[in-house]
Structure formats: structure tokens, C-alpha cells
Design a protein around this ligand. Structure first.
Ligand SMILES: Cc1cc2nc3c(=O)[nH]c(=O)nc-3n(C[C@H](O)[C@H](O)[C@H](O)COP(=O)(O)OP(=O)(O)OC[C@H]3O[C@@H](n4cnc5c(N)ncnc54)[C@H](O)[C@@H]3O)c2cc1C
Ligand code: FES
Length: 268
């Protein structure tokens, strides 16, 4: 995995902040220095103004960065007090963001190194998968994608992925069958892994989903990376709230991750 740039605090201005699904928002911020430093799969820690009692920043992955425009696009689900306040930030509002954080996806070099990849994303784990799909597309690498969510209104990212060159099979799954198959996205992923040759698998979503993808990849003998979500207090290696048990010992997700070699993850 590439050595990441050191995290810094950047000022940002909100460009747009709009709903793209049920309780899911797309936030585009202007933060030129940050936009130029990001690597797919990294995250950032965003300070949401408006509550003096809330000292913790919110860790978020990003879906897209445009170094020329100086913008970063993040997709987030409103789950609590901080993300609720974030959804109320209007264009021109300002705050600060700490990033880039951690290690992202290894992103194979080109189609010789990786003729075909499989990407599996679930729920609000889809944004870093979209970001990775764009990077693979730019490197001329073909990929198949399985996306899952509880219901159609919570499944984001399919249109963005489908529009990319290099996108092959795209399987959409919902728990209630309101979009695509009534199935878990691990079902088509396991089928694809048993029938096609992949050089690289990447997954982000709920832990049981990622564990299943990791196991199916291991059976197929394919290298798999998983982006793990942990509670994060500091986001820069100082507090140990984000520990992940790996076969190499305990690792902090904010510095050693959030993307890990899935075969080394012990505690999903
Ligand atoms: C590396 C990383 C990348 C992430 N990327 C995204 C993303 O791209 N989009 C997105 O919507 N969310 C992402 N998250 C999760 C996001 O950080 C939490 O949903 C957010 O911090 C909740 O803040 P809150 O104040 O609204 O919720 P709170 O009021 O603090 O909590 C509400 C609920 O969310 C849970 N929660 C809070 N923080 C986290 C956390 N860090 N991880 C898991 N659950 C948490 C709490 O246990 C509680 O159940 C990411 C988390 C990490 C660690
Ligand atoms: S969040 Fe503090 S050490 Fe990782």
C-alpha cells in the first residue's frame, strides 16, 4: 500500500449538501490542499460546528476528489446527533477537517497487474467502493461490482459505478427485494468468485458481509482487502479506541487501516 501523506487540519467550505437517498446525504466541500492529497480508501475527520459539548470529529470516507476543482465529495448516513447537524450545514458554511487519514486501498497498478477485480459494497460502506471503482477505471482495469442495502432508497452509487468504463457485471441486492435481487450482495459475490478469475477483491460494509467476502476470496485464492469501521476518537493514533485484532497483533484502524489485508483480520 502507498505511504500516505501526513494528516493536517484543513479549512473547508460547503459547496453542496443534499439528500441522495433515505437519510443519506452527499456533501461536496471545497478544500483544495486536501483534495490534492487523497488516495482512494482514506478517510478524514470532520468537525461539525454547532455544539460546544461535541468535541469529537466525525470520521468519513470519501466518494470522489477533484484536485483541479479543489473539491471532495463525501456521502454520509444520518445516524446520530453529529451527522444530523452535518446534514443542516448549508452552502458557504465553513469548518475544519483533519486528513487524509490512514491507509487506503492498494489499487493495482494496471491491467497487467490486475486483469479483473471484484468490488463488494454494502450500505454506507459503498462510498469508498465508488472511489476505488473510479481509480480502477482510470487505470484501465476491468471490474465487477456487487452492491447491497436494506432497501432501494438506501442503495446509493449504482449509477456512478455503471457509468465508468471497465465496469462489467453490476449486481444490486436489497434485503426487501425493492431493487435488484432479494438477496445479500455476498450471494452474487460468492458465485462470481467461484466462477471467474479475479486478481483483487475489495469490500466495505457491515462486518459480517466483509467477513463472508473475505472467506469466499480465501477459498478462491484471491487477495482481498477490507475497509473496517471502528469507533474513532482522535483519528491519528493517540487514543487506541479503534483497535483491530489482526494476525500481526493489535492495530489501530485510523493509522494501520481502515483498509486491511482481509486474510489478517481476526476481529471483524
Ligand atoms: C474510517 C471510517 C470511515 C467512515 N466512513 C463513513 C462514510 O463514508 N459515510 C458514513 O455515513 N459513515 C461513515 N463512517 C461512520 C461515521 O463516522 C459515523 O456514522 C458517525 O461518526 C456517527 O456520528 P453521529 O454523531 O451522527 O452519531 P453518534 O450520535 O455518535 O452515534 C450514532 C450511532 O452511530 C454509531 N457510531 C458512531 N460513530 C461511529 C463510528 N466511527 N463507526 C461506527 N459506528 C459509529 C454509534 O455507535 C451509534 O449507534 C465511517 C467511520 C469510520 C471509522
Ligand atoms: S482513533 Fe485514536 S488511535 Fe485510532
Amino acid at each position: 500500500m502507498p505511504t500516505p501523506s501526513p494528516a493536517r487540519v484543513h479549512e473547508f467550505t460547503v459547496v453542496t449538501n443534499k439528500a441522495v437517498g433515505e437519510n443519506i446525504f452527499s456533501l461536496t466541500i471545497k478544500a483544495p490542499r486536501l483534495a490534492a492529497m487523497l488516495h482512494p480508501g482514506q478517510f478524514m475527520n470532520l468537525q461539525v460546528p454547532g455544539n460546544a459539548m461535541s468535541l469529537l470529529r466525525i470520521p468519513l470516507s470519501y466518494a470522489a476528489a477533484d484536485p483541479e476543482a479543489g473539491t471532495v465529495e463525501l456521502w454520509y448516513a444520518v445516524v446520530g446527533e453529529g451527522t444530523q447537524r452535518l446534514s443542516e450545514m448549508r452552502p458557504h458554511a465553513t469548518s475544519s477537517i483533519l486528513g487524509p487519514g490512514g491507509h487506503g486501498w492498494s489499487v493495482p497498478e494496471d491491467a497487467n497487474a490486475c486483469p479483473r477485480a471484484l468490488l463488494v459494497g454494502g450500505g454506507i460502506g459503498i462510498p469508498p467502493i465508488v472511489c476505488l471503482a473510479r481509480a480502477l477505471s482510470e487505470r484501465g482495469i476491468s471490474f465487477d461490482v456487487c452492491l447491497g442495502a436494506t432497501t432501494a432508497s438506501k442503495l446509493v452509487g449504482a449509477a456512478e459505478i455503471e457509468a465508468l468504463s471497465g465496469c462489467g457485471e453490476l449486481h444490486l441486492c436489497t434485503d426487501d427485494g425493492s431493487l435488484g435481487s432479494r438477496a445479500f450482495c455476498t450471494d452474487p459475490a460468492a458465485l462470481l468468485l467461484s466462477g471467474k478469475r479475479y486478481a483483487y477483491v475489495a469490500t466495505c460494509g457491515p462486518s459480517p458481509m466483509m467477513q463472508k467476502v473475505a472467506e469466499a476470496s480465501e477459498r478462491a485464492g484471491v487477495y482481498c482487502e477490507a475497509s473496517l469501521e471502528r469507533m474513532m476518537s482522535c483519528g491519528f493514533g493517540a487514543c487506541a479506541t479503534c483497535a483491530v485484532e489482526t494476525s500481526d497483533g493489535m492495530k489501530g484502524a485510523c493509522m494501520a487501516g481502515p483498509v486491511f489485508d482481509a486474510s489478517k483480520v481476526v476481529s471483524w
